[in-house]
Design a protein around this ligand. Structure first.
Ligand SMILES: Cc1cc2nc3c(=O)[nH]c(=O)nc-3n(C[C@H](O)[C@H](O)[C@H](O)COP(=O)(O)OP(=O)(O)OC[C@H]3O[C@@H](n4cnc5c(N)ncnc54)[C@H](O)[C@@H]3O)c2cc1C
Length: 396
């Protein structure tokens, strides 16, 4: 019997939409994307106006993958004529002595970039404040500036991937929850809540916070942690021009708690969030309400280091993080189910969305990818993912 589809993608968030696009570019491939909610919904991890894109990472494999990610977004921008990435430069800043045992060593980032030939500048507090007067720092602080970093805009990136995929003949269906997966004689049977049953050569599970629900029929469960995160936008009480994209880089505070922020983009003011600052939830128990304790942590940080932003936010959004215990991605086929592939971004993958979609298409169609070396750390059967309750290191 001729299978219904060559590839079915479960989940049309950032990663699934990208996978549909890169698969649909392959001539003659029949691609179906299935989303349980309406396409573009705000229940997951990918609907917003800004995400940090950077080459500065704590390991060389991520630096190399980030470089391919940047080039892949540029290809999508050329293909679509839509700008998705806005270059602002990126500042990794924080204490010279990070909080023992939990803080982030900026040196790891400098070493990884140096080893991969990525140019950056090491800056002391005085130089950071000279360049970006909104910051309040002292001699205990330092930073790295990398000029290629910036903002990847999901509201543009997701729509672009979906638009290009549809233009290439992919079918994208919203309100189509997948309820079952089964490997059958070299194919994968996909069951939907509608009662439909489809067959596909390959299924890509890009379901983030719902990954374990989708994999349950295959008896696979990953030790994932889902948290409800929030980001807020502020109208600064100082010259707003200090926070314009041309004058204020995206930034990450390299300590625990770790904060990150953006110049004004998509909304009339700069944005800030705490990395892994939210409480543990499930997709069913999460709310859309502001977490006051998390907000208080952000407010205290702003008072100390970005006082011009220390005002009440005009907008706060919540969304979901889905974290592996080592914060590394999962990009791999399910053992025993060669037709079922999982792509999970462990809450730092928007910058990689297009390249991870591309890599899924390479694996499905070509049987391999030029990024194979970079995927070694992302195996689904790595030891920490097979532990019932592994130790968790989310701040990297
Ligand atoms: C507050 C916040 C800040 C972030 N900041 C950054 C950043 O600065 N830089 C960066 O690179 N990354 C960042 N990230 C991470 C990044 O946004 C995510 O890694 C990425 O968006 C994940 O995309 P996804 O497609 O895997 O997930 P999602 O967008 O959640 O998509 C999963 C989709 O699968 C669908 N689905 C689930 N189950 C089913 C089913 N049974 N049938 C059909 N569909 C199903 C869901 O409805 C959903 O649409 C941030 C994330 C958050 C929440």
């Amino acid at each position: 019997m001729r299978r219904d589809w060559d590839a079915v993608v479960v989940g049309l968030g950032a990663l699934g939409s990208a996978a549909c696009y890169w698969l649909s570019r392959r001539t003659g491939l029949r691609v179906l994307g299935l989303e349980q909610f309406e396409i573009g919904h705000a229940n997951g991890a990918s609907e917003d106006v800004s995400r940090i894109i950077r080459l500065s990472y704590h390991r060389r494999d991520y630096v190399r993958l980030a470089r391919r990610a940047r080039d892949t977004w540029a290809e999508v921008e050329r293909e679509s004529g839509t700008q998705v990435v806005f270059r602002t430069g990126g500042l990794d800043v924080g204490p010279r002595e990070p909080t023992a045992g939990v803080g982030i060593d900026i040196g790891d980032y400098a070493r990884a970039m140096a080893a991969e030939g990525v140019p950056y500048e090491a800056l002391d507090a005085a130089e950071i404040m000279r360049r970006w007067p909104a910051w309040r720092l002292d001699d205990r602080h330092h930073g790295l500036f990398q000029a290629d970093a910036g903002i990847a805009d999901p509201s543009r990136g997701n729509a672009t991937h979906r638009g290009l995929a549809a233009a290439q003949g992919a079918m994208l269906r919203g309100r189509a929850p997948v309820t079952g997966l089964a490997s059958e004689g070299g194919e994968v049977a996909v069951s939907l809540a509608t009662g439909e049953r489809l067959t596909a050569g390959h299924v890509i599970v890009a379901a983030d916070a719902w990954t374990n629900d989708v994999l349950a029929p295959l008896d696979v469960r990953l030790p994932l942690t889902v948290t409800q995160e929030q980001v807020s936008w502020f109208r600064p009480r100082v010259d707003p021009a200090l926070f314009a994209t041309q004058r204020f880089p995206v930034w990450i505070w390299m300590d625990e708690p770790s904060f990150y922020g953006f110049p004004a983009h998509g909304h009339p003011g700069p944005k800030i969030g705490q990395d892994v600052g939210g409480r543990e939830v499930t997709p069913a128990t999460r709310t859309f309400l502001r977490d006051e304790a998390a907000h208080a942590r952000v407010a205290a940080f702003l008072c100390e280091h970005l006082p011009g932003m220390a005002v009440e936010p005009f907008l706060t959004k919540t969304c979901l993080y889905t974290l592996t215990p080592d914060r590394d991605f999962v990009v791999d086929a399910v053992p025993g189910h060669p037709g079922v592939h999982v792509v999970l971004g462990s809450a730092h993958a928007y910058k990689f969305a297009s390249v991870l979609g591309r890599i899924m298409a390479e694996i499905v169609v070509d049987g391999g990818t030029p990024s194979a070396l970079e995927l070694e750390a992302f195996r689904i059967d790595r030891p920490i993912l097979r532990e019932a309750s592994p130790s968790r290191t989310f701040i990297v």
